[in-house]
Design a protein around this ligand. Structure first.
Ligand SMILES: CC(=O)SCCNC(=O)CCNC(=O)[C@H](O)C(C)(C)COP(=O)(O)OP(=O)(O)OC[C@H]1O[C@@H](n2cnc3c(N)ncnc32)[C@H](O)[C@@H]1OP(=O)(O)O
Ligand SMILES: O=C(O)CCC(=O)C(=O)O
Length: 378
């Protein structure tokens, strides 16, 4: 597999999630964290949005981070000027490429769209900027038109082309075919940008990479427009653990990063969310806990510490004797088999009443009650 770069867009597409608005300090803190863990590129925002945004982008630029910074622009020269004013040396220029987008935004005048792209690339290149071009709605575009736009972008001076599944309508198989076609036709690298409308954003990002894309646009926690984007932590860990491709990212800090972005975006991460959800290394079910107590690999794809978690064994409705005994023994309580079974019954009942797993203290209380009962009946 080629060398893969992560171009994280938490600060651009992530922040486009309805209701999310990072302040300057939050944008700076997220950029610093992404940089500190080794993310290669950061799409820092949209300078054309005005002063609030440009102050944050300039502040990030002034940090002189290792990560390469990109400003997102429409194919509009004033947008590029706004990026330059922030000090950015790399710009991403987006252009709609599907009939549906060109009709809605440019009244179907695709020649005008292409002319705007050409003018803005030329302007940026003349100013000495590194330029990437994004084909908005690539997935729904006419394939030969998409190839034409990408080839023109290359010819006019773009150094990378982004294939966007803007509305998240592809599956991994189609993504592979479409991205492969683009990769084969171009000399410049291809980036993959995917959305999660059908829950396939990460799978499609991986399919794009398999097809030869050399960078992926991700967001922390999968934050982003509508159902979000391919999640940074999922793409990084899938590449590392499924494909054996280590991107040099400090994965034990992924959880801390997830929490930082969750706080800044005012949203919570679902417990079952891959990699960073609270339950990703929690085991309650009897058969699982029994297996994990013997060997954690029975029910864990990799060690929790690799992404910043610790394993949790929790006692609840689905637990079995092995787990209950194990927890009790850690607290100096040794029950016989009959007593353990009775405690387990009580655990199931209390879990259903409380609609959650039990705390260790609650389990100890049940065990002590059982011991008193055993003692009383002799
Ligand atoms: C798929 C994506 O995620 S694309 C990125 C989307 N992100 C955002 O929209 C967030 C930031 N956006 C903004 O702050 C504003 O939309 C701005 C500053 C960019 C523009 O604001 P406004 O001038 O008020 O325009 P508004 O947002 O209402 O409409 C968008 C305009 O951009 C044009 N436009 C849209 N995409 C492009 C493009 N890629 N290249 C050139 N022009 C474009 C539209 O045709 C429309 O033009 P018009 O004003 O001449 O009719
Ligand atoms: O960079 C582009 O061209 C558009 C990116 C994007 O956010 C999308 O297509 O969903």
């Amino acid at each position: 597999m080629n060398q893969i770069l992560i171009n994280d867009t938490t600060l651009r597409d992530g922040e486009q999630a309805a209701g999310v608005a990072f302040n300057l300090q939050e944008k700076v803190a997220i950029a610093q964290f992404l940089d500190a863990i080794g993310v290669h590129e950061i799409e820092v925002g949209i300078p054309a949005m005005g002063e609030q945004e440009t102050r944050a982008i300039s502040a990030i630029h002034n940090l002189d981070l290792q990560a390469k910074l990109l400003g997102w622009n429409r194919a509009v020269i004033s947008d590029i000027k706004a990026s330059i004013a922030c000090g950015l040396k790399r710009v991403h220029i987006s252009v709609p490429v599907s009939g549906i987008q060109i009709t809605a935004k440019f009244q179907g005048q695709w020649r005008v769209t292409l002319q705007q792209l050409r003018d803005s690339i030329s302007f940026a290149v003349d100013k000495g900027l590194w330029v990437a071009v994004g084909g908005e709605d690539s997935s729904r575009s006419d394939e030969s038109f998409l190839l034409d736009v990408a080839n023109y972008a290359q010819e006019w001076g773009a150094s990378r082309f982004r294939f966007c599944d803007t509305v998240g309508v592809l599956d991994p198989f189609t993504t592979y075919v479409k991205v492969r076609r683009l990769v084969t036709a171009l000399l410049i690298p291809v980036e993959i940008h995917t959305h999660n409308d059908f829950g396939l954003a990460t799978a499609n990002a991986l399919a794009g990479i398999k097809a030869g894309a050399t960078s992926a646009n991700t967001t922390v926690n999968g934050l982003g427009e509508r159902a979000g984007n391919a999640a940074l932590e999922e793409v990084v860990m899938s590449l590392k653990r499924i494909y054996g491709v280590n991107l040099g990212i400090d994965t034990p800090r992924l959880l801390e990063l997830s929490r930082l972005v969750a706080r800044a975006s005012g949203s919570t991460v679902p417990p079952w969310k891959a990699i960073v959800g609270e339950n990703t290394f929690a085991h309650e079910a009897g058969i699982h806990a029994h297996g994990v107590l013997q060997n954690p690999s029975t029910y864990e794809p990799f060690a929790p510490e690799e992404v910043g978690w610790e394993r949790r064994l929790v006692v609840g409705k689905h637990s079995g004797r092995h787990l209950v005994s194990n927890v009790l023994q850690q607290h100096g309580i040794f029950l016989n088999s009959e007593e353990t079974k009775s405690v387990l019954e009580a655990v199931r009942q209390e879990s259903v009443e409380k609609k959650r797993s039990l705390t260790v203290q609650e389990l100890l209380n049940l065990a002590k009650e059982q011991q008193r009962y055993s003692h009383a009946i002799g």
